[in-house]
Design a protein around this ligand. Structure first.
Ligand SMILES: *[C@@H]1O[C@H](CO)[C@@H](O)[C@H](O)[C@H]1NC(C)=O
Ligand SMILES: *[C@@H]1O[C@H](CO)[C@@H](O)[C@H](O)[C@H]1NC(C)=O
Length: 356
């Protein structure tokens, strides 16, 4: 069984070799030579070469086709560009087609194309096929678009304590893999206790000391580019844990005191306010009382009083509508007058600023 299989394979190879040989001799032939895989960075222009030589034995119509080879062998290739009957047809994805064009004359043995400002998504195997019946030949070129690493971030984790372990990190968020990281120390070698991991960008420094401080530079690179970042490493004395606890306790006590003070102030203010409010309410009630008696002598009295409301006159003078009380009140605010004014002799005295 196995022998049969091998024999079958051998005969297939022979058959293929014969047909290739025949093609070589009689038909149209792609002649361009170049790398089968092209790696480029994103944004650059890429040329995919395809030149051919015709054969006098081929008499049919010339057809040139560029297609994207499906990674799945069972699927049809995707025809993107063709030159047929002297005309060019763009059949692929519009985004790609707007950046893709023939650069030579496809009818004169040069079916080379360029793709401008390539995207990562242009990564594919492209096939150039030239047909001139009965001859036909083709060539494949794999295009790999690589993304340059982005500017990495450099940072430190777990502090920079003397005697402790410092973890320096370096990370690029973008870039085609594999990305390789390398830490160096500016003006000198890495500490003897340092260990770095090129795949992750980590640099561990054990038993950190003052002499390890300085600028550390991380370089990230891949096939198409490199970027750097820098971290200035410092060294701190280990924090005294007892000191921290003592500090926290004192801080908490101070905070408590402050709170108590605040509460005391609030209570104080509230009581004072309440007292003022009560007084103010009393005055307002008093002021409103005479309104209910328009035309009474008290209203006229009030109007005189209102002439100078800031003269220390208390409205309590009109608190009651009893005539006797009113008179006594008048007496009250005229303390510097020995004469007791009677209701009928009220007059304005500019010297005192109020009715006397
Ligand atoms: C095909 O055409 C391009 C653009 O004109 C040119 O640069 C290239 O050299 C040509 N190739 C050959 C083999 O003539
Ligand atoms: C850490 O470093 C100090 C001084 O640099 C040294 O005296 C000590 O032995 C080191 N400790 C360890 C565990 O290597």
């Amino acid at each position: 069984m196995r022998k049969n299989c091998t024999g079958f394979k051998v005969s297939l190879v022979v058959l293929y070799a014969t047909s290739a040989y025949l093609n070589h001799v009689v038909g149209i032939q792609v002649t361009s030579t170049g790398p089968q895989t092209i790696k480029r960075s994103q944004g650059t222009d890429v040329t995919l070469s395809c030149t051919y030589s015709e054969s006098p034995s081929d008499t049919g119509q010339l057809d040139v086709e560029w297609s994207i080879v499906s990674p799945d062998m069972t699927q049809k290739d995707n025809l993107i560009l063709s030159y047929s009957g002297g005309k060019e047809y763009k059949l692929g994805d519009p985004n790609l087609m707007s950046r893709l064009k023939f650069v030579g004359n496809p009818s004169q043995g040069n079916a080379t194309i360029t793709i401008s400002s390539v995207h990562e998504s242009d990564t594919a195997t492209y096939q150039c096929k030239v047909k001139k019946p009965p001859g036909v030949d083709s060539q494949k070129i794999t295009l790999v678009i690589l993304v340059c690493p982005s500017v990495p971030k450099c940072w430190v984790q777990n502090g920079e304590e003397i005697g402790g372990t410092v973890s320096l990190y370096c990370k690029s968020s973008q870039g085609s893999i594999p990305l390789t990281y390398k830490w160096i120390k500016e003006n000198g070698a890495l500490p003897s206790t340092a260990v770095q991991k090129p795949q992750t960008g980590e640099l561990l420094i054990y038993n950190h000391s003052q002499s390890y401080t300085g600028n550390y530079v991380c370089t990230v690179n891949n096939e198409v580019g490199m970027e750097q970042c820098k971290y200035t490493l410092k060294a701190y004395n280990p924090v005294n844990k007892a000191g921290v606890i003592a500090g926290a306790v004192i801080g908490a006590l101070l905070l408590l005191l402050l709170l108590l003070l605040l509460i005391w102030l609030l209570i104080c203010c509230y009581q004072k306010k309440r007292y003022e409010k009560e007084t103010a309410n009393e005055i307002r009630e008093d002021a409103a009382a005479p309104e209910s008696r328009p035309g009474s002598r008290h209203s006229s009295f009030r109007s005189i009083m209102g002439y100078h409301p800031h003269q220390g006159v208390t409205y309590s003078s009109v608190r009651n509508s009893k005539p006797g009380r009113a008179d006594s009140s008048i007496r009250n605010f005229n303390t510097n007058q020995s004469q007791v004014p009677s209701q009928g002799t009220l007059r304005y005295d500019s010297k005192y600023g109020f009715a006397v």
